[in-house]
Design a protein. Sequence first.
Length: 151
Amino acid sequence: MFDLPIPRSALILGLAGVIPFGWGALTVLSPELAQWGIDTLGPRFVGPYIQLFYGSIILSFMSGVLWGFATKADGPVAATGYALSTIPALWAFFFTGGGPYSAATFLIAGFVGLLALDYMFWKQNLAPDWWMSLRILLTALVVICLGVILI
């Protein structure tokens, strides 16, 4: 069902989009790597800081992707799609404050909720056939990386 081949460019770009999450997780797990990152890139680009800021951006970006899918529908389906597409951005805006543990928890919930929205748009044939294959992979990687903050 979700094993359709993902176009190479979408897969490569999607995996590249996970790099900041992975980098952040690595710098949470390795104080030496974190220090190198602070010295080289600055404190904003290591540990939970990069993951949480970037995660909020990606949830907002995904709202735009879903909005684009909604444009393929008409009438009430389109109206519902437009309304639901705003949820990830609003979620990031309202729920990612309160410290790294709380923000990571809410971002994980946001990405899991986004996957449910992805599925809804996909089931309505508004997303590409391969969409869920890509989104399940990327969501799993992002959730694992954000989960490192909660350890």
